[in-house]
Design a protein around this ligand. Structure first.
Ligand SMILES: Nc1nc2c(ncn2[C@@H]2O[C@H](COP(=O)(O)OP(=O)(O)O)[C@@H](O)[C@H]2O)c(=O)[nH]1
Ligand SMILES: [Mg+2]
Length: 443
């Protein structure tokens, strides 16, 4: 591990031309190095004050003029002394400033995520909030931004704490009864009920992992069905521009096309696939193989049927669509007559009829009730830890009926450890490394 007493420096803005470029320093020598770049700054600058200063090279020649900010430890993002230089956003200029900051050997380049890592190690933020920082930077839809912002303000942290703290005190009570049976008598009385409550809480949080996944990477929706059902036309209509080739010659679409849209703040990747028919050409057959592969990985498949498809044919197509969630609709409803039997939603990609309603039902199928707004952004990592905690709590629950207090307490300790990985209180060095590797340099 890198020594937390070294001073680190990095550019905090993207290496492209922009209005402002930021150089960030953190560590005991941050002020010293910052003042070498900006000699007009007083030896003891006022913290959190924006100074207008000239930035110079080692010979004192002007490089730029900008803002100088000083945050004194521990009242900074990292908990250490932090200096930020806000210069003009020229990538070459910023390289010169960075080189100058490194020149005297008082600071070294920061590793990816090292600023945030220091904030975590210095107890400024817990692990779930540190991860929310990375989520916010990576957010590519409104719902992802809102969910990450909620995480940043501690939404997930709070809910993990609401599990971890009562769990810790229950565990302490049981250990008390085990170790000091006389003093702690009766502290284990309602332990079964207490375990039940905690298990339910862990499971509710775990159940939000699916929504977290949707928010984080967007929903994946594929259009599927027989050739000439009007899939590509509908795809173009849903995307709002002509992306897919449309023709009445069957088998026009061979490669799966994809397009990214945002509905009600939720990022959605739409796929238009090759249609299926009995005797395809060779190239088309490859497209069909791809279709099957793709359908296995989407969140929802929209099966588009030509108007007038019988209920039994619809069933056959439904089976073709595979195991994922399938929404069956009738396409080309402007020409088709009402299908007998179970009425399916009717859509026309050509006229746009039924398309808004289709979008709504796709969203509610993907999301359930309500609109995608601030959910607890439960990641795969969180879900894994929650699952282990919930399993240990379930075992503790049955042990509290059937087994000894030692066994119950042992399971609670396992649940605590799993939750500690979430909040960071018992996260291993390797886990912390893996988490901060996701970050960019300067974050
Ligand atoms: N009347 C009508 N024709 C459509 C509609 N959608 C597609 N078509 C026509 O049906 C043919 C096949 O359409 P396409 O979108 O390529 O179907 P795909 O093979 O399922 O992708 C083309 O000639 C389209 O113009 C629709 O909603 N109404
Ligand atoms: Mg097509």
């Amino acid at each position: 591990m890198t020594s937390a007493t070294s001073t680190i420096v990095a550019l905090a803005t993207a290496p492209t031309a922009g209005a402002v470029g930021i150089l960030r320093l953190s560590g005991p020598a941050a002020l010293e190095v910052g003042r070498r770049l900006a000699p007009s700054i007083p030896v003891e600058p006022t913290p959190r004050h924006a100074y207008l200063a000239g930035f110079v090279d080692a010979q004192g020649r002007a490089l730029d003029e900008g803002l100088f900010l000083y945050f004194r430890a521990p009242s900074s993002f990292t908990g250490e002394d932090v200096v930020e230089l806000q210069a003009h956003g020229s990538p070459r200029l910023l390289q010169l400033l960075l080189a100058r900051a490194l020149e005297d050997g008082l600071a070294r380049p920061a590793a990816p995520g090292e600023f945030t890592r220091r904030a975590f190690l210095n107890g400024r933020i817990d692990l779930t909030r540190a991860e929310a920082v990375a989520d916010l930077v990576a957010a590519d839809s409104e719902s992802a931004v809102r969910a990450a912002a909620a995480g940043l303000s501690g939404a997930l942290t709070e809910r993990v704490r609401a599990l971890e703290e009562p769990l810790r005190s229950l565990h302490a009570d049981l250990e008390g009864v085990l170790n000091f049976p006389d003093e702690a008598e009766g502290a284990d009385e309602d332990s079964e009920a207490r375990v039940q409550v905690l298990r339910a809480r862990a499971e509710v949080l775990l159940s939000e992992a699916g929504q977290g996944r949707l928010v984080r990477r967007g929903a994946r929706v594929a259009l599927f069905g027989p050739v000439n059902a009007g899939k590509s036309t509908l795809f173009n209509r849903l995307v709002g521009e002509v992306r897919a080739l449309v023709d009445d010659e069957p088998g026009t679409t061979r490669d799966a096309l994809e397009a990214r849209v945002e509905w009600n703040g939720l990022g959605v990747t739409l796929f238009d696939t090759a249609g299926l028919r009995e005797t395809p050409g060779r190239v088309e057959a490859l497209g069909i193989a791809r279709t099957r592969e793709l359908l296995a990985g989407v969140d929802l498949t929209v099966l588009v049927l030509p108007p007038g498809t019988s209920e039994s044919d619809a069933e056959r197509w439904r089976a073709e669509a595979g195991a994922t969630d399938v929404l069956v609709i009738d396409g080309k409803c402007d020409v088709g007559s009402e299908t007998l039997g179970a009425p399916r939603p009717r859509v026309s990609g050509l006229t746009g009829e039924g398309v808004d309603a289709l979008r709504e039902s796709l969203l509610s199928r993907l999301w359930g009730g309500g609109t995608p707004s601030a959910v607890a952004l439960v990641s795969e990592r969180h879900a894994d830890a929650l699952r282990r905690a919930a399993e240990a709590l379930a075992r503790a629950e049955s042990a509290s009926r059937l087994s000894t207090l030692e066994v119950v307490s042992g399971e609670l300790a396992l649940a605590l450890e799993a939750l500690g990985e979430l909040s960071g209180t018992s996260a291993s060095e390797a886990l912390i490394d893996a988490i901060f590797q996701r970050f960019c340099i300067g974050k």
